[in-house]
Write a protein that binds this ligand. Structure first.
Ligand SMILES: [Zn+2]
Length: 221
């Protein structure tokens, strides 16, 4: 059975809908708040960037003319129109969608929300490098550098002190052609850790993959 058609906000709830999106805290695609039409606890929005501009309206910074979609996955109510794109939109993770997939109704956007939901529940493997110590008899994990789904390299260690020491040790590592790599370089940074950290007592493993949940925890002693 095909999903029910998208319908625009009924007149009776339009002002509540507008108010809800206008006052929702910054936070990208997902908007907390009961759908004025069906009561669903979460709504969604997506901005498409257009011509760049810089404007301040009521203390809010805008970076582009563009388009906005606001929708409810449950009752398939939606709004679509031109809009100024706020600065904060740039700072959050967006839906995995190509501009040419966008149509007036949020079909492709809703599919992207569903794909993201499915991905979220799948166990994921993430690339990691472990900093290990060896005292002649035992090998131990000192810290773990994990490349997360957002492209950030995070450091997991038993204590905050160890984390800071480990971070300092690999603050930057030499890369190819006289460049320096930092954790912002993601996988390239991880790959340069083993050749740059290979003492007899402290060394870095090669990049390997781990279950994300396991990777993000290091047992405390
Ligand atoms: Zn709804």
């Amino acid at each position: 059975m095909p999903p029910p058609p998208w319908t625009s906000t009924p007149d009776t709830t339009r002002s509540r809908w507008k108010e809800l999106f206008a006052t929702a805290p910054h936070g990208c695609v997902d908007v907390a708040g009961a759908c004025p039409v069906c009561g669903e606890a979460q709504l969604h929005r997506h901005y498409q960037l257009g011509r760049s501009l810089a404007r301040v309206v009521d203390g809010e910074y805008y970076i582009s003319e563009g388009r906005v979609w606001e929708w409810c996955s449950a009752c398939r109510t939606y709004e679509h129109g031109t809009a100024l794109v706020p600065l904060w939109w740039n700072y959050y993770l967006h839906l995995d969608i190509e501009p040419n997939q966008l149509t007036a109704t949020p079909d492709a956007l809703e599919e992207a929300v569903q794909r993201r939901r499915a991905r979220f529940h799948e166990p994921r493997q993430v690339p990691v490098v472990e900093m290990r110590s060896f005292d002649g008899t035992t090998e131990e994990v000192v810290a773990r550098f994990v490349l997360t789904i957002t492209g950030q390299v995070v450091t997991i260690a038993r204590t905050e002190h160890i984390r800071q020491v480990a971070d300092k040790r690999v603050a930057r590592v030499p890369g190819a052609r006289d460049t320096w790599l930092t954790r912002d370089d993601g996988l390239a940074f991880l790959e340069e850790l083993p050749p740059n950290l290979r003492g007899s007592r402290i060394f870095a493993t090669k990049v390997f993959e781990m279950d994300e949940t396991a990777a993000m925890t290091l047992p405390t002693q």
